[in-house]
Ligand binder design. Structure first.
Ligand SMILES: NC(=O)c1ccc[n+]([C@@H]2O[C@H](COP(=O)([O-])OP(=O)(O)OC[C@H]3O[C@@H](n4cnc5c(N)ncnc54)[C@H](O)[C@@H]3O)[C@@H](O)[C@H]2O)c1
Ligand SMILES: O=c1ccn([C@@H]2O[C@H](COP(=O)(O)OP(=O)(O)O[C@H]3O[C@H](CO)[C@@H](O)[C@H](O)[C@H]3O)[C@@H](O)[C@H]2O)c(=O)[nH]1
Length: 339
């Protein structure tokens, strides 16, 4: 029997990669997305339902199309800095939208969800690497919205028998090595794509002195003063979702579970720039600006629980290799803005 999966937020960066991973695994894929931050052409070939999870009518319509075996919920606003300057849409999309989706699922009798959570639910680290028992005290509104959704999943498991796995990703990076999907945020605010855009500008003959790359803060309590993040390849994230989905479908989940998806290795911003210099051969420069609000100094994930319980083994553990997947794609695209 072909399993049918609803990929909510499937037209975005990670969701569009997930669609291919599910199809590769022989599953039927339906995408629900309002295209606010996603792209219809990113899911060409898949059924796309243009709908908003904040709308009860939209959710009901989509969930009545067929009986989905599983819901994978990627839809959210996900920029840390923006969540500080404009938190309202974050609460509306990530909390109210998730509650509306969950209400529709309960009404439709659907009780299995894989949820995109984040290490931003932990806040400032009290220990590194962070495991799942680390206190969850977010330091930005985005983290609070994701923690609220996790809490709803825990409460709904007890009260309504809704089974879920929250996957707390560290920083998603890279793109499909087969070139079928990529990261395409507009505006792009993520560090790694911006570093590679700067490399592409230099390769096209741009002046290194006129760098567009800005490092937000070099006065953090880290060895080189810049923020440290744990970068996880998007293909590894997708494999974890498949494993989580299988665990739910096999009835092995009792309630609401949560797993970190991290490589356990942190790279500072300056180390990430050095890595991109190696991969691209470009003399990437940067200028330093004040800290961005809401940024913890370091986030490094202990992925041991996901390894043990889900049997998850990341394949892409080095930042050079992860960046290479994107640079190869950018070169194929003529080094324009990454598509
Ligand atoms: N990118 C990362 O490093 C990272 C790390 C940890 C967690 N996450 C989480 O993973 C998920 C996917 O992240 P991404 O980087 O692919 O983001 P993205 O912005 O590329 O994708 C999110 C998708 O959700 C859609 N969406 C947003 N609000 C919606 C709504 N109300 N109704 C329907 N669709 C809506 C957008 O149009 C977009 O296609 C998010 O939930 C994010 O919080 C991302
Ligand atoms: O032009 C830039 C952009 C970012 N940064 C810094 O680089 C680091 C990484 O930033 P970014 O790539 O924006 O990722 P995060 O803010 O860590 O957030 C991502 O990773 C989180 C998990 O850590 C996810 O939950 C979020 O959805 C996702 O956007 C941070 O210290 C930023 O301040 C810069 O210095 N210059």
């Amino acid at each position: 029997m072909t399993l049918s999966v609803l990929v909510v937020g499937g037209a975005g960066y990670i969701g569009s990669h997930m669609c291919h991973a599910l199809a590769d695994a022989g599953m039927r894929v339906t995408v629900l997305d309002n295209l606010s931050r996603g792209h219809a052409d990113a899911v060409a070939g898949f059924t796309l339902l243009e709908a908003d999870i904040r709308s009860e009518a939209d959710v009901r319509r989509c969930l009545s199309i067929e009986r989905f075996d599983l819901v994978m919920h990627f839809a959210a606003l996900a920029y840390v800095g923006e969540s500080v300057s404009d938190p309202r849409p974050y609460y509306e999309n990530n909390v109210a939208g998730t509650l509306c989706l969950l209400r529709g699922m309960l009404e439709a009798g659907l009780r299995r969800m894989v949820f995109s959570s984040t290490c931003a639910t932990y806040g400032a680290p009290v220990a590194l690497p962070m495991d799942e028992a680390h206190p969850q005290v977010p330091v930005n509104p985005y983290g609070w919205t994701k923690l609220s959704a996790e809490q709803a999943l825990r409460d709904y498991a007890v009260a309504y028998g809704l089974e879920s796995i929250s996957l707390r990703y560290f920083n998603a990076a890279g793109c499909d090595p087969d070139g079928r999907a990529t990261e395409r945020h507009e505006p792009e605010t993520h560090l790694l794509p911006l570093i590679l855009r700067e490399a592409a500008r230099l390769q096209a003959g741009g002046d290194p002195e006129e760098t567009a790359l800005v490092v937000f803060g070099d006065d953090f309590p880290t060895p080189d003063g810049t923020c440290i993040r744990d970068y996880v390849h998007v293909s590894d994230l997708c494999r974890a979702h498949l494993l989580a989905g299988r665990r739910l479908l096999a009835g092995q989940v009792d309630g609401a579970e949560a797993y970190n998806l991290g490589n356990g290795q942190g790279y500072s911003i300056l180390q990430a720039i050095a890595s991109a210099r190696r991969v691209t051969g470009q003399d990437i420069r940067y200028r330093v600006a004040p800290r961005r609000a809401g940024d913890p100094a370091a986030l490094i994930g202990d992925g041991a629980l996901a390894r043990r319980v889900l049997d998850w083994e990341p394949e892409w553990t080095g930042l050079d290799e992860i960046l290479s997947t994107v640079w190869a794609r950018m070169k194929c695209d003529g080094l324009g803005v990454s598509r």
